[in-house]
Design a protein around this ligand. Structure first.
Ligand SMILES: [Fe+2]
Length: 379
């Protein structure tokens, strides 16, 4: 027997955890609670859920013995008739407390007013037939926040079945879908022929719906052009141009409302939304749904001018993409990032009809991960 054959990977047990040499030579420390709770034996392979209940251990978990056999760490637990095998690759992935890699965490690509020819476009027929195209569509949504679907059938069902490619339809207090055309007794500015300033939808909800679908069924009126702008592009430039204004808009909550005979929805939101890394992830803005600011009037001495500077910047030519949505197209966009609006139109000049619905962003990311990654129990 030579030295190579008897060489063992050292494992050092201590009171609350153990240290083991990882395949790359580093030493990793692992807490016994974490090890016991995340033993591969704790999970059911059919449901993929944890079936072990750590709350019902009589004693704090502690290793009786632990040794590395091949590429597996094997622990026998004190006071339990239980053995846990851990692939060393699993331990290596958690040794540095790094967040689990997320395939849906893609870098955002800011776009400007000239983006229309470059918008990601997908045929609805192809999306229905090919899951890889669905992944491409969602990838464009995660990176750029906007995409146009073409070849939409002229039916109510087409919108719902298209939304279902991404996730469940997320209702709002307007219901499962909404129709944008001129209403005789409008409850919302969208349902008139007037111009609609750049906004995000239903900011008065605690969590506004994530992804908006607007299926254009008819658009033969004079006017009624669509306006879209990338909140990330504008807010990133605002951060450089106006650091104090950026600070106010990204730190102070303002009230939004949506009120009519049978509802009175209210929330407080920040105009500029930052992600966990401090990067701009989106906007919440709507002049027609901003409530009367109930902030100290002296704070408003600074806040209001900054709010107006930002609101004017949103409308600058360089940011605003202008085009006419055509019948048979469906624009999909991130309602927490992309601001949208429309030019006024002449209601008697033809017909204009858009049907819309929403899917939440978490559903979109979930579908994307399932399409592009193996998942922890596959493979
Ligand atoms: Fe809207």
């Amino acid at each position: 027997m030579n030295d190579m054959q008897i060489a063992t990977v050292p494992v050092r047990l201590s009171d609350k955890g153990l240290r083991v040499t990882l395949p790359d030579g580093r030493e990793g420390y692992f807490n016994y609670y974490w090890l016991r709770d995340n033993s591969p034996t704790s999970f059911d392979s059919a449901t993929r859920e944890r079936t072990f209940d750590i709350f019902h251990l009589d004693e704090p978990p502690k290793a009786e013995t632990a040794e590395v056999e091949g590429d597996t760490l094997v622990i026998r637990w004190q006071g339990e008739d239980h053995v846990s095998p851990y692939p060393m690759s699993l331990l290596a992935a958690f040794a540095d407390a790094k967040r689990r890699p997320d395939p849906a965490d893609l870098p955002r690509k800011a776009w400007y007013g000239d983006h229309y020819p470059d918008i990601a476009r997908f045929s609805q027929r192809e999306l229905m037939a090919d899951k890889r195209k669905v992944a491409d569509w969602i990838e464009a949504m995660l990176r750029e926040g906007v995409a146009i679907l073409t070849d939409m059938p002229d039916s109510d069902e087409a919108l719902t079945e298209t939304a279902h490619l991404m996730g469940q339809v997320r209702p709002t207090f307007f219901g499962e879908y909404f129709d944008v055309r001129t209403h005789i007794k409008p409850t919302n500015l969208a349902y008139t022929a007037k111009a609609l300033e750049l906004h995000t939808d239903t900011p008065a909800e605690e969590v506004a719906p994530g992804v908006q679908f607007l299926h254009c069924r008819a658009n033969t009126v004079e006017g009624g052009g669509s306006l879209f702008a990338d909140g990330v592009a504008v807010a990133n430039n605002f951060r450089e141009r106006d650091p104090e204004g950026f600070r106010l808009l990204s730190q102070i909550d303002i009230p939004f409302y949506c009120e009519h005979d049978t509802y009175d929805m209210r929330s407080r939101q920040r105009v500029i939304e930052l992600d966990e890394h401090g990067a701009v992830s989106g906007l919440t803005i709507s002049q027609h749904m901003a409530d009367m600011f109930d902030l100290p009037q002296t704070l408003l001495d600074d806040y209001y001018p900054a709010f107006c500077r930002f609101g004017r910047m949103l409308q600058e030519q360089r940011y605003v993409m202008r085009f006419l949505l055509k019948a048979g197209e469906c624009i999909t966009f991130d309602n927490h990032r992309i601001v949208h609006g429309r030019a006024a139109y002449s209601a008697t000049s033809g017909s204009r009809y858009l049907r819309g619905c929403y899917v939440d962003r978490a559903e979109m990311r979930s579908t994307y991960r399932a399409l592009v990654s193996e998942g922890r129990f596959k493979g």
